[in-house]
Design a protein around this ligand. Structure first.
Ligand code: MG
Length: 148
């Protein structure tokens, strides 16, 4: 059509558009982070049992042929735990755990349970029996309760 011109954005329009785009992307990332955090929070409802953890690790990571490697990893993780403790690296919140006592404790538990799986040991049952053994040697007001 005669007399119409294509509008060319001024540099300031381009910059403000770019900033708007960046802010929108940042907002989306924040929403995604919040969504993932909420999903984790909802999933970890305080009722996770040692039986579930053992089953989870068995489904995820069960290689009897690597038993010695699991033990070496357990030893390695104990070393990492020692380092984190010596440096006083306690996580400041529930998500930033890299290299902290928090992370290394879980790593130790993970490989201990992986080894239990290869030996087909029910750690929940062991905890019950061991608590009874300790009760006879070291009586306590605190009793081991099953199904909790
Ligand atoms: Mg570790």
């Amino acid at each position: 059509m005669a007399g119409t011109r294509k509008t060319v954005s001024a540099p300031t329009d381009y910059l403000s558009g770019l900033f708007l785009y960046i802010f929108q992307q940042c907002d989306k990332i924040k929403q995604l982070d919040k969504l993932e955090f909420d999903e984790v929070k909802n999933y970890m409802d305080g009722n996770t049992t040692i039986k579930y953890l053992q089953k989870y690790i068995k489904e995820k990571d069960y290689h009897p042929e690597l038993l010695k490697d699991y033990f070496l990893k357990l030893s390695e993780e104990v070393g990492e735990l020692s380092r984190a403790m010596r440096k006083g690296l306690k996580a400041q919140n529930s998500t930033d755990i890299l290299g902290t006592v928090d992370e290394e404790l879980w790593d130790v538990i993970y490989y201990a349970l992986a080894i239990a799986n290869i030996y087909d040991i029910d750690i929940e049952q062991v905890a019950k029996v061991k608590s009874e053994m300790n009760e006879s040697r070291y009586p306590s007001k605190v009793k081991f309760e099953e199904g909790r």
